[in-house]
Structures are given as C-alpha cells and as structure tokens.
Design a binder for this molecule. Structure first.
Ligand code: DUC
Ligand code: ZN
Ligand code: ZN
Length: 479
C-alpha cells in the first residue's frame, strides 16, 4: 500500500516545512517538495491513495510513554484494557504507548513481563513497548534486568510511595540504581515520600476529613520535593541516569533544574492534569450525582496542585526551558461507579488515577494555541523526545524517510469537544471524563499506524492486534 499525503505542513521537532509525505508499506519512503516528481514519475499517479492535507499539520504519531492499561491497583484494575485503551489512544493521534509491567513484592519480574505480553498481544490498536516496575528489588530481579534489556525493556520504575504495595526503601533503590548505572538502564522514579503521606492520610481520616480534596492535601509538595531531592542524590551516588515521572510541584521541578544545571543525567515528565487542573478545582467540584465526592474524578498521584501557588505556570515554564522534556499521561483510568466509589467516606480508598490517553495531543496542542509552547515543541514533547528518551527514535518520533509510517494529520482549524455528555463520545472505557467540557481548537483528522489508516474523520478503521511490540534500545540521551 502506497499513500501520498499532499499539501500539508510537516512538523518535526526541528521545525516546519511544506512537504508531501510518501508512505510505502510500513515506512515513510520520502518527504518531498510539494508536487515533486520522482525519477520523472508523477508520484501522485503511482500511489494507491492520495490524502489531501492542505491547511493541516502532518506530524509524527504521538508517543505516550507512561500508561497503565489493566493495571491491578487500589483493589481493582484500571478500566481500560490494552484493546480499549490503545484504540482510544489512536483516536487521539497517539500511535505508540509504553506501558508499565507491574511487579508486586514477591513476584518474579520475568514472569510478570511474560504476563504483560499475554495481556497486550493480539489486542493493541497501536504499537507498544514496556517499562518494568521493580518493587521489592530481589537479587534475581537485578539479574533479570540484564535479560529484560535484551528484550527491549530498558527502563525500570521504582516507587518512594505506596508502602506495602510498591514502595522500595532507599537501600533497595540504591541496589537497583547501581545496576542501572552498570547496564545503562534508565531508572524511573515515582517521587513522593510515602511514610509522610501515610501518616498525614491517617491524621486527616481521624479528623473526619474524608472527602477527595484531602487526597491532595495529604500529599503536599514538600513530600514530592523531598523525595525528588532524595532520588536525585541516590542517583548521584550511584551514577544512574534518572527520570522523574509525573512531576507536579514547582519545588520538585526546581530540584530537577538544579541537578541538570550541575550536569547530572536527570530527566523528567509532567502530565496534562498538572498543566490545566488544580487542587482548588477539586475542592470546588460537586454534582447532583456525587455531591462533594465529585472530586474523586481527579484523584491521582502525584496530586493536583494549588493554582494559587503557581505550580501549573511553572510546569509550562519547565517545558519551555527543557527542564521538563516529556509529556505523558500516566493514563490510569477508573470508573466512578464500582471503582472510584470504593472511597466514598474515605478518600484513601479511592483508586488513584486519571484517564487521558485519548486527549494528550489535543490538550497539549492548546499550549500552542495559548502561546505557551511552539508548534515544533508540541511535537518534541509528545513524540520526538519520548522516542529518544526511551530508545526508539528514528523509527518513531520523526517524519523522515525510513521511519515507521506513524503519521497524524492534524487540523488546526478543526474542533474537538471532549467528554461523554451531550453527544460527545470519548473512546476510553470510563463512565466519566476528567476533561468534560474541554473545547479544543484543533482536531485529529487522520491517523496512520505503520502505513495503515486506522482513524479517519472520527471513525476507527483498524483492527485489534494491528499494534506490535517494539523492542527499545537504551536511552538515546545517554549514548
Ligand atoms: N499514580 C496514579 O495516579 N495512578 C497510578 C499510579 C500512580 O503512581
Ligand atoms: Zn507514579
Ligand atoms: Zn504511573
């Protein structure tokens, strides 16, 4: 199958150009001056389909480097399966995800890795890779890290929070980081001080402060800043490269900035919820159906931060200064009915997570509309840098000959209404939207995954199982 995308503005991280893009089979065959001929042949006359992208952007498919499909967590499972979650991602212009293989204490990470393959294989709409979570850092896990690198799992996530579930103590973290320093793996960190949070949670509950708002209050920025600093110090001690996930506090960002300024290999991501939503939104949330439990829709960790303290503004700033390099979603959806409502009367029992995998490209495009970031930076943060950070750049994250034909045609004059109410239909398996009522200037018109048109004009044309596992190399920022 040959497809020629004509008349569009190709946007790469390096800039924009008027160009036609030829897809041949799985790959991008050529990026051509508009209306070019190839060896005397009229290109458009020799393809199966010509797609007119006049007035539109032609961008590399989005890469969401932080998702949790079907994650067993909080006494339930994240509500999107690999099938529903990746189809929703495709609708939103994301053509790759990197999901986390979960390990709880006592489990064998290689068994878990196989289990995640079983969950994903034959179900995904788009291509996918895996990171590996390490919780109890067994000696056998350290050996298995080398094996997983050969399997294309080159990043390992540790948690400084969720005691008894995921939390690794500092000694375990150092052990895992020593291994990362040796084998080149990127060490990812959920940086929140779990002991402090657990104490504050107990104290709020004991005082009868049980509504979802207290989830955020019990996870203060100091707990994020302290853990971020500690993670940076432990990485410094061991020489491991470090990637801090879901940064939300400006003080944590300042720690990252300082470490980067000294030349340490510290990287970080933020997520759309930390750019647009706030703790005050959560406090004020109320509905006829849920009363003040409405705020459960935005219970996630790290939590939403106060807009009076200016965290959101600092996140945008960090994205411009490159102290934050990636925007992922931490897609971890739960329904209100039957899942989030387990925390009625006790916020600590609300499963933590927000679903955004479908909306990341649109939401971050609003940063371009609002003048917070440039058009190439939009592509860089959502596609190119995730590709480089996690070792798939060249095949993914760029419109260039030889790259996988993961291509999105984005209409800046289009419009997207997000949500599930009044004729809006998101595709994530959730009974609410954390983004209900968001009106987006822009629209994902057409999505190609390795040359196959999988979404066109809001219609899904792909099949489950189209997506393939990709083995990743080591981070391309480190070699
Ligand atoms: N934070 C969430 O909100 N959900 C999944 C795990 C996490 O760290
Ligand atoms: Zn996390
Ligand atoms: Zn996560």
């Amino acid at each position: 199958m040959k497809t020629l995308i004509t008349g569009g503005t190709v946007v790469n991280a390096t800039g924009t150009a008027q160009a036609d893009v030829l897809l041949d089979g799985d790959t991008i065959a050529a990026v051509l001056a508009p209306g070019s001929t190839l060896l005397g042949f009229d290109v458009a006359g020799n393809v199966d389909e010509v797609v007119d992208a006049t007035g539109k952007y032609v961008i590399p498919g989005g890469i969401d480097a932080h998702t949790h499909m079907e994650m067993p967590f909080g006494g339930t499972f994240a509500s999107d399966t690999f099938e529903t979650g990746t189809r929703a991602a495709a609708h939103g212009g994301t053509t790759s995800i990197i999901d986390f293989v979960v390990q709880y204490a006592g489990e064998n990470i290689l068994d878990q890795y196989q289990l995640w393959h079983e969950k994903a294989a034959g179900n995904c709409a788009i291509d996918y890779g895996f990171h590996q979570i390490l919780s109890d850092v067994q000696d056998s896990s350290l050996t298995a890290m080398d094996e997983l690198i050969n399997e294309g799992v080159t990043s390992f996530k540790l948690f400084m929070a969720y005691k008894g579930v995921f939390l690794s103590d500092d000694g375990q973290i150092v052990k895992a980081m020593q291994k990362g320093a040796q084998n080149g793996a990127l060490m990812m960190m959920h940086a929140e001080n779990g002991s402090v949070i657990d104490l504050l949670v107990q104290q709020h509950i004991a005082r009868g402060e049980t509504t979802p708002f207290y989830h955020g209050v019990s996870r203060p920025w100091q707990a994020e800043e302290e853990a971020t600093h500690r993670a940076i110090m432990l990485a410094n001690l061991t020489g491991a490269p470090l990637y801090i996930v879901h940064v939300s506090a400006k003080e944590a960002l300042a720690q990252i900035t300082q470490a980067r300024d000294t030349g340490q290999n510290v990287f970080a991501e933020t997520c759309p919820q930390y750019l647009y939503l706030s703790l005050e939104d959560q406090l004020g949330a109320s509905s006829a159906e849920w009363g003040d439990f409405e705020g459960a829709k935005w219970v996630c960790s790290t939590p939403l931060r106060s807009k009076h303290e200016g965290h959101q503004h600092h996140m945008w700033q960090g994205l411009r200064t490159n102290d934050l390099q990636v925007i992922s979603t931490d897609h971890c959806p739960f329904c209100m009915k039957g899942q989030k409502d387990m925390g009625l009367g006790d916020f600590s029992k609300i499963p933590n997570g927000i679903g955004s995998v479908e909306h990341r490209m649109d939401l971050i495009y609003q940063g371009v509309v609002m003048g917070e970031i440039t058009l190439p930076r939009w592509v860089e943060l959502t596609s190119t840098t995730p590709a480089r950070m996690f070792g798939v750049y060249g095949k993914k994250g760029v419109i260039q000959p030889g790259a996988d034909a993961d291509v999105v045609i984005y209409d800046p004059n289009g419009h997207t209404s997000i949500g599930i109410g009044e004729g809006r239909t998101h595709h994530m398996n959730m009974d609410y939207s954390a983004w209900e009522g968001y009106e987006i200037d822009g629209h994902v018109d057409t999505v190609f995954s390795r040359g196959r048109k999988i979404v066109d004009d809001n219609t899904y044309l792909g099949r489950k199982g189209d997506g393939a596992y990709f083995k990743r190399g080591l981070s391309q920022y480190l070699i």
